[in-house]
Each structure stands twice: as C-alpha cells, then as structure tokens.
Design a protein around this ligand. Structure first.
Ligand code: G3P
Ligand code: CA
Length: 276
C-alpha cells in the first residue's frame, strides 16, 4: 500500500491554519501558516442548509462568529440551519481579537495592522480554501466533520471528493474524518485520494483498521498512541499524523519516533525545531 508521505521528514501541519496567530479555519490563518513555512494546513468542512461546503469546525456558529448578534433568534445556531449567504455575512475574525485564545496578541506576536485586518474575516468555502492552497503550491488536510443524522450526511463525502478532483488536487490533499465510513466512501468515489483515520482514543490494532478502510494514514490524538507504535506503523507503510501538539518536548519526541507529521496550533514553534 503506497504511503502518502509528502516527504521523508516530519511535516509541519498548521491545525485549522495557524490558529494561535489568526482566527481558525480562515484564509487569514492559512496565510499566517504559509508565511511561517508550514508544510500544509488542516481545515474542517461542514455543510450549509443550501448544500455549500464551508470551512468551519463546530456544529454551531456561536463560538467563532458574531452569529448571536446577527441572528439572535436562531439559536442554537447550527451551521446546517443557515444558508451560505447568511453565513457569508458573519464576522469570523473579531472574536479572535476579543478573546486572544492563545494569548499571542498579549505576547506581542501580532501587529495592530494584522489584528485590524481580522475584523470582518469571512468563513471560506471549501472551494476557496482549496484554491488558496493550489495557488500557493501548498498542501491541505481536509477533515470532513461527522454529519451523521444531519442534512448533508448523504452527500458531503461525494461533494468533497469531486471538488478535490475537479481542482486537480488529488496529489496535494489528504482527507480525514472521525467517521470512518466516510473514508470508505471516499475510496469508493476516488481510490487515488489519500485518507487518514482520525481517532481520539487508543485502537487495539491500528494497522488492521487502516487495512480495512484502505486508508493511508493514522491520525491519532497525541494521547491515543504510544511513541513506540509510530515506527511500527511507518514500517507497515502507513503514515502517522499526530494531533494536536503545541509543546516543544512532545514535538521533539514525536520527531525522534519517526512521526510523518504533527498538527500544531503553533507552526512557528515546530518550524524552529524542524529547522535545527
Ligand atoms: O485533524 C486533527 C484535529 O483537527 C482533529 O480534531 O477537533 O481539532 O478537528 P479537531
Ligand atoms: Ca480538525
């Protein structure tokens, strides 16, 4: 089974973009990650009421936009209950300046001009996010959010897979999901599209899981894998991409353990380590 490793060294994967430095899952975060020298970025994709693929992490819009102020009577503000035109009117940037979630504004890591630019930042469509990636000769991990029981469950995989193919990005994209049946559907639509199985807790036999899914990568939460198991999976020809690692010591240990890539909110920190 071919590995999807884009290189022999550990990849620096900006989790939801460089989200310590910019509002997550926006093109502003992607720009920061690109500038830092991340090897690729990770984004989350959901679906609007009218079937548009939109880059957003949560099931609801409340945490990362001004939806509460704009649509006070639409709680709990599910993504799938808003049209794309409605979501497009929302500000996905100001909350970052107000909350400074990783305290990087307070630390002086951002200029006033940068944070001012975040005001009014829009949620990108998946198409816009992919085009940004392609235009910059970059790579992306598209995580399909689990829409089980929601509108979009029946079509999200096919839409994502066909968009990646339409934009001729099969070789620069990795598709992941916690919903492993989605990964099987990806393969049914396009066997050439690489997939990664996301897991949040330890799995007894990861290689068997990957073989069953015909997946190329194992994407465990950092607490769900032992360092010594990484090399075993690599030797079986699988990639291992671990999330979400923000401290230097763990980054270093994973690199020494031959991890294929690390998802981090601080690609600037991982860049320094990888450059050493
Ligand atoms: O793909 C790694 C990571 O993004 C999975 O968890 O919740 O941050 O989307 P989450
Ligand atoms: Ca994700």
């Amino acid at each position: 089974m071919p590995s999807k490793t884009f290189s022999s060294r550990t990849l620096n994967i900006a989790h939801r973009g460089a989200r310590s430095l910019a509002p997550e899952n926006t093109l502003a975060a992607a720009r920061q990650a690109l500038q830092i020298g991340a090897d690729m970025w990770e984004l989350d994709v959901g679906m609007t009421a009218d079937g548009e693929l939109v880059v957003v992490h949560d099931d609801t819009l409340e945490r990362t936009s001004n939806v509460k102020a704009m649509f006070p009577n639409r709680q709990p503000w599910f993504v799938h209950e808003f049209t794309f035109e409605e979501i497009r009117r929302l500000d996905f940037g100001s909350w970052f300046n107000e909350q400074d979630p990783f305290k990087q504004i307070a630390a002086g890591a951002l200029t006033q001009a940068e944070t001012k630019n975040y005001v009014g930042e829009r949620a990108p469509t998946l198409r816009e996010a992919l085009l940004f990636t392609r235009d910059n000769h970059w790579r992306v991990n598209v995580e399909i959010k689990d829409l089980s029981g929601r509108p979009g469950d029946a079509s999200v995989v096919e839409k994502v897979a066909s968009l990646i193919k339409e934009l001729d990005m099969v070789d620069s994209a990795l598709v992941s999901s916690f919903n492993h049946s989605y990964l099987e559907r990806v393969k049914a639509v396009n066997p050439n599209l690489a997939t990664g199985a996301l897991v949040a807790s330890p799995v007894a036999d990861p290689a068997a899981l990957l073989r069953r899914l015909n997946a190329q990568a194992y994407n465990p939460r950092v607490t769900a894998i032992r360092l010594q198991d990484i090399a075993v999976l690599r030797d079986h020809g699988f990639d291992v991409y671990v999330w979400t690692v923000n401290d230097k010591e763990t980054m270093q240990a994973l690199i020494e353990a031959r991890v294929s890539g690390i998802f981090t909110d601080f690609p600037q920190t991982l860049r320094e380590i990888l450059n050493q």
